[in-house]
Design a protein around this ligand. Structure first.
Ligand SMILES: Cc1cc2nc3c(=O)[nH]c(=O)nc-3n(C[C@H](O)[C@H](O)[C@H](O)COP(=O)(O)OP(=O)(O)OC[C@H]3O[C@@H](n4cnc5c(N)ncnc54)[C@H](O)[C@@H]3O)c2cc1C
Length: 333
C-alpha cells in the first residue's frame, strides 16, 4: 500500500473543499472519500487505488432515511446497507431495494457498507484487481485482458472494445429500476442527476465510470413514490450467499383490470452499468401479465447483448431471470 494523507471532514462543505483542494494542489493526485471502507481499503491494499489523500466522511450527518414532500424517500449517503434494508420506509414500500441490499455481500459487510459507497463500488473484474495485468479501466491505454481471457462473470450489455467489466452492485440495479436521483455537492454547488445519467458507458474512457467531478460528494439519493406497485429482486449466482450476481432482475409492476399499467425493470450482472431495461418496460406497458408478454419483454431487454468467449450463457440466464421475476411479482396480483 502506498503512503497517503488521512484527514477527517467536519461537515459536507469541509469534505468538498478538502476533496477539490487536494486535486489542485497535486497534479494528477487522487482524492477518495472513506465511508464504510469495504471497497476502498481492499483496493488500496491491492495497489489498484492509490489516492494521495483519503478524507474520512464516515461521521458526517448523512445517515437519515426520511420521506420527501413528493411522497418519496430521501436516503442519506451514509445510511448503512443493513439499516436501509430494514428501514420501515424501505422494507415493504420499496421491497425491491430491501431485497437487493440483503442479497449483497455478507451481514458484516452490509453493516459497514454505505449507500454512497455502494453506488461507487468498483468492478470485480479480476484483471482490474490484478496490477500485473493490463486493464484500460485501471490504467488507460494498457489494453483489456478480459477480452479473450477469463470473462465468464463479465458484461454482455453496454460493453466497448476497451472494457467489458460489469457493475457489480445489487443495490444499484434496484435504484435503476426505481428511477432514483443522485444528489451531489461539489465546489460549484449542489446538483441532482437521474441514475440513468449518473453512470457512464465505458466507450473509449472506461476509467471514467460516473459523472462525478474530482471532489464531488454524494450527499443523498431520492426515490420517487411508487404507489400501488409490487416489487421484487431476483439474483442468480454461483452460490446461495456471499457472491456477486451472474444475472439479476429488479422489477416493480402495477397491474389494474388485468393489464400492466406501469413496469419498472432493471438488470444486474450483465451490464457495464446498472442496466435500466427501457425496452422491456415499453413491451410490458399495457400488456396482459402472462408468460408470453414477459418473454417478449425479456427478449427486448437482451436484444443488444454482445457475449464474450465465456459468457454466452448469460443471455439466456438473464432472460429467464427477468421472466421468472415478472412471474413471481405478478403472481398474486
Ligand atoms: C467480499 C465482498 C463481497 C461483496 N459482495 C457484494 C455483493 O454480492 N453485492 C453487492 O452489491 N456488493 C457486494 N460487495 C460490495 C459492497 O457492497 C461494497 O464494498 C460497499 O457497498 C461499499 O460501501 P462502503 O461504504 O464500504 O464504500 P467505501 O469503500 O468507503 O467507498 C467506496 C468508493 O466510494 C467512494 N465514496 C463513498 N462514499 C461516497 C460519497 N458519499 N460521495 C462520493 N464518493 C463516495 C469512496 O471514495 C470509494 O471510492 C462486496 C464486497 C466485498 C468486500
Amino acid at each position: 500500500m502506498e503512503l497517503f494523507q488521512l484527514s477527517r471532514a467536519n461537515d459536507v462543505r469541509d469534505a468538498v473543499i478538502a476533496g477539490a483542494a487536494s486535486q489542485t494542489a497535486q497534479q494528477g493526485a487522487q482524492v477518495r472519500f472513506l465511508a464504510g471502507g469495504t471497497t476502498l481499503l481492499d483496493l488500496m491494499k491491492l495497489d489498484v487505488e492509490k489516492p494521495a489523500r483519503v478524507i474520512d466522511i464516515s461521521h458526517l450527518p448523512l445517515d437519515r432515511v426520511e420521506t420527501t414532500d413528493e411522497g418519496g424517500v430521501k436516503i442519506g449517503a451514509l445510511v448503512r446497507n443493513t439499516d436501509l434494508a430494514m428501514h420501515p420506509l424501505i422494507h415493504e414500500p420499496y421491497a425491491v431495494l430491501s431485497q437487493a441490499l440483503l442479497a449483497g455481500a455478507s451481514v458484516q459487510l452490509r453493516n459497514m457498507a454505505t449507500t454512497g459507497g455502494n453506488l461507487l463500488q468498483r468492478t470485480r473484474c479480476v484483471y482490474f484487481r490484478d496490477t500485473a495485468m493490463p486493464c484500460n479501466k485501471r490504467e488507460p491505454g494498457s489494453g483489456c485482458a478480459a477480452m479473450g481471457g477469463f470473462n465468464r462473470m463479465l458484461a454482455i450489455l453496454g460493453t466497448s472494445d476497451k472494457c467489458i467489466a460489469t457493475n457489480p452492485s445489487d443495490m444499484n440495479v434496484a435504484l435503476a429500476a426505481l428511477g432514483a436521483t443522485i444528489h451531489i455537492q461539489g465546489t460549484k454547488g449542489a446538483r441532482s442527476v437521474p441514475i440513468d445519467d449518473f453512470y457512464l458507458l465505458p466507450g473509449d474512457t472506461p476509467e471514467r465510470e460516473t459523472v462525478l467531478e474530482p471532489g464531488d460528494l454524494v450527499t443523498h439519493v431520492t426515490l420517487p413514490p411508487i404507489p400501488g406497485s409490487r416489487s421484487l429482486y431476483l439474483k442468480l449466482r454461483d452460490r446461495a450467499s456471499y457472491e456477486f450476481a451472474l444475472a439479476s432482475a429488479a422489477v416493480a409492476v402495477n397491474v389494474a383490470d388485468g393489464r400492466i399499467t406501469r413496469a419498472r425493470v432493471a438488470l444486474g450482472g450483465v451490464g457495464t452499468k446498472p442496466w435500466h431495461a427501457h425496452e422491456a418496460e415499453a413491451e410490458l406497458a399495457g400488456a396482459v401479465p402472462d408468460e408470453a408478454s414477459f418473454a417478449r419483454a425479456a427478449d427486448a431487454a437482451l436484444a443488444g447483448a454482445k457475449p464474450q468467449s465465456q459468457n454466452g450463457f448469460k443471455v439466456e440466464l438473464s432472460r429467464r431471470c427477468l421472466i421468472h421475476a415478472l412471474i413471481q411479482v405478478t403472481q398474486s396480483v
